[in-house]
Design a protein around this ligand. Structure first.
Ligand code: SF4
Length: 224
């Protein structure tokens, strides 16, 4: 992989890391191919625009101005995050990781070393639709990460993108029950598919309706 593993840096957000003013680091590459993904440029990028040293230089100038750093992508855990997180930590920032949950080992070790503070875990679909929606057959890896985060009482949230042609209320209800069965008690964040110029499967607006009144109250649902 190229030294330029960072596709881009968003210098400022107050929306992506609850309670923190943060920047977002977009890492190249992903081990999924979610049909609705509008970050295809990042997913397919072999090389980004920045090296980690560029990130460190950027962050040096943001000490005292930003609280945190969001590691996103793409899938950040496809890169060696340990030196990156240690360096960010040394500079005094808190760290949020956006992940699809496939790299349980790295997440376990990052937590063990105290290198991340918060995780947003994407729950793409239940087992029966996981491969179709994501192009990945590694549903069990996602479940392992969920179990790890629940059992270690780590501070995290679970979120799902809803495209009504892919996931219907009965699917979301099933997924909520599954989350609960693994001990997840937090809020369940749902975000509606947003039509963009391009996405991996060239999905358009859903043809089906999504009747929110059919959603059960197994968990507290929060729409974003
Ligand atoms: S939406 Fe899917 S394909 Fe796109 S970056 Fe996230 S995990 Fe990867």
């Amino acid at each position: 992989m190229s030294d330029r593993q960072i596709y881009d840096i968003t210098p400022f957000t107050h929306l992506d890391y609850p309670g923190n003013l943060a920047c977002i680091v977009w890492f190249c590459g992903c081990n999924m191919r979610c049909m609705y993904c509008y970050n295809s440029d990042i997913v397919f990028a072999k090389e980004g625009n920045y090296q980690v040293e560029d990130l460190y230089n950027f962050l040096e100038k943001r000490i005292g101005l930003l609280d945190g750093v969001v590691l996103s992508g793409g899938e950040p855990t496809m890169h060696d995050l340990f030196p990156v997180c240690r360096k960010i930590r040394q500079m005094g920032f808190s760290i949020k990781l956006d992940t699809n949950g496939l790299n349980t080992d790295m997440i376990r070790d990052l937590i063990k070393e105290g290198l991340i503070d918060y995780i947003a875990l994407d729950f793409k679909a239940m087992n029966g639709k996981f491969g179709y929606v994501t192009g990945s057959s590694r549903y069990q890896n996602f479940i392992q990460t969920l179990q790890l985060l629940v059992s270690s009482q780590f501070h995290f949230e679970v979120r799902t993108t809803v495209h009504a042609d892919l996931l219907q209320p009965e699917d979301i209800n099933f997924m909520m029950r599954e989350l609960k069965s693994y001990g997840y008690e937090g809020s369940y964040y749902l975000q509606k598919f947003v039509e963009t110029k391009n996405n991996i499967a060239n999905l358009e607006k859903p043809k089906k309706d999504f009747d929110e009144t059919l959603l059960e109250d197994t968990l507290e649902i929060v729409w974003r």
